[in-house]
Write a protein that binds this ligand. Structure first.
Ligand code: NDP
Length: 446
């Protein structure tokens, strides 16, 4: 990057956000893609769009006290970043994981601006979460935490202001407790959270949407390059919401998924992952992937989650967490014949890993495009709540499929228009940015 305006803004971002490497990483990646746009659009420089877009509208940090099953008072820290509402109400998930701090929420919120723009639905960017660890907690502890979290957050959100959703550690159970508490405090039944249960305003196919959407996007990318999922070997990191439904859809499109993981290690099943078993293990029993190997003769369990990238495959779908694929992992993938990496998780590839993909001419589907199916279907849940209607599974799935095809087409055409054909990372950043930048410019300096 040589553009002086961009270098100046990036230097300010680094100075203003010390100790937040994930956030700096996300901003740097977007800026590197945007250079040709900024060169062409002096009006964006005049409106100082870049310096404005990297600064959140507001960041909220709050205390979340709750009582554990032994009667002790525990205190966690809650976050909500309302990043940018130029094109619609703030929208983004809530992450519950001990690694959560401001830098993680800020990188996720920043990415969310462009992802939501790519969906073509009117949604701004936001993210929230807490350093609370749901692992090993009882249902009652989870409920008390979620209620306390909403006791503060409720005053900052609203169906036309900010609509949170799930993310790591926040699934249907947590959304249910949060929704119940919001309703209790406000006396209002509104579509305030997405990812709700089906009996109370949730959308069919929302649970499956991110994983399915990832496969729909990947299928388009493969098709555009003369390939398909049929007969291909696939490796998926993670075994949570995104990973599970990516596994199911990849299998239904004719691929063989041979490995999945959790944060402890991975399971390899040369016969193909038994999806029904894995779904029950993770969603009902809340168990670990280690148990899969014990119940499936011929499969093996290996400690260390990054080792999964040493398993030979054609297509890799990282669906766990950020910076999951580092340089050695990317090199192992390339050396073993992997030609496509498509991201279900947010920012799962380090910048060095991405360089390896490009150096090896691998197809690369960047998260903000490839995993946008989750938030897109959350947008469809908001539509249904506003209309007081429920669409069938097939109707939602068809809309999701159409949205993912359009997202791929937008990335593809932006990459070509700006002279980087096949670079879908640049295409996604540019296409997502342009709409938000035009909206910010039109709305003046606010
Ligand atoms: P879940 O909590 O359902 O599952 C997360 C999975 O990733 C688990 O298998 C977990 O293993 C693993 N994991 C989490 N943290 C780490 C870590 N530090 N190292 C290794 N493995 C880890 O989350 P989701 O499936 O919802 O989310 C996965 C990714 O997809 C995240 O990056 C999220 O931001 C992104 N995403 C999710 C969307 C959604 O609709 N849910 C939408 C768009 C993006 P363990 O059980 O051991 O912790």
């Amino acid at each position: 990057m040589t553009n002086k305006y961009m270098l100046d803004v990036l230097a300010k971002v680094k100075a203003r956000n010390p100790g937040e490497p994930e956030f700096i990483q996300a901003v740097t990646e977007v800026f590197e893609s945007l250079e040709p746009v900024i060169e062409k659009r002096p009006d964006f420089v005049k409106a100082n769009i870049l310096e404005r877009i990297v600064e959140p509208d507001r960041q909220i940090i709050f205390r979340v006290p709750w009582v554990d099953d032994q009667g002790n008072i525990q205190v966690n820290r809650g976050f909500r970043i309302q990043y940018n509402d130029a094109i619609g109400p703030y929208k983004g998930g809530i992450r519950l994981h001990p690694s959560v701090y401001m830098g993680i929420i800020k990188f996720l919120g920043f990415e969310q601006i462009f992802k939501n723009s790519l969906t073509t639905l009117p949604m701004g960017g936001a993210k929230g979460g807490s350093d609370f660890d749901p692992k090993g907690k009882s249902d009652n502890e989870i409920m008390r935490f979620c209620q306390s979290f909403i006791n503060e957050l409720y005053r900052h959100i609203g169906k036309d202001i900010d609509v949170p959703a799930g993310d790591i550690g926040t699934g249907a159970r947590e959304i249910g407790y949060m929704f119940g508490q919001y309703k209790k405090l406000t006396g209002e039944w509104s579509g305030i959270l997405t990812g709700k249960g089906i009996p109370y305003g949730g959308s069919l196919a929302r649970t499956e949407a991110t994983g399915y959407g990832l496969c729909y996007f990947t299928e388009e990318m493969l098709k555009a390059n003369g390939k398909s999922f049929k007969g291909q070997t696939v490796v998926i990191s993670g075994s949570g919401n995104v990973a599970l439904y990516a596994c199911q859809k990849a299998q239904s499109l004719g691929a063989k998924v041979v490995a999945m993981s959790d944060s402890n290690g991975y399971v390899y099943d040369p016969n193909g992952i038994d999806f029904a078993y894995m779904k029950n293990l993770k969603e009902v029993r809340r168990g670990r992937v280690k148990e899969y190997a014990a119940d499936h003769p011929g499969s093996t369990y290996t400690e260390g989650y990054r080792n999964i990238w040493k398993v030979p495959c054609h297509i890799a779908l990282p669906c766990a967490t950020q910076n999951d694929i580092d340089k050695p992992s990317a090199e192992a993938l390339a050396a073993n014949g992997c030609y496509c990496v498509s991201e279900g998780a947010n920012m799962p590839s380090t910048p060095e890993a991405i360089e390896v993909y490009f150096a090896n001419k691998m197809l690369y589907g960047p998260a903000k495009a490839a995993n946008a199916g989750g938030v897109a279907t959350s947008g469809l849940e908001m539509c249904q709540n506003s209309m007081r209607l429920s669409w069938t599974f097939e109707e939602v799935d068809e809309k999701l499929h159409g949205i993912m095809k359009n997202i791929f087409a937008a990335c593809d055409s932006a990459s070509k228009e700006y002279g980087m054909p096949g670079n879908y990372m640049a295409g996604a950043n540019i296409a997502g940015f342009l709409k938000v930048a035009e909206a910010m410019k039109a709305q003046g300096c606010v």
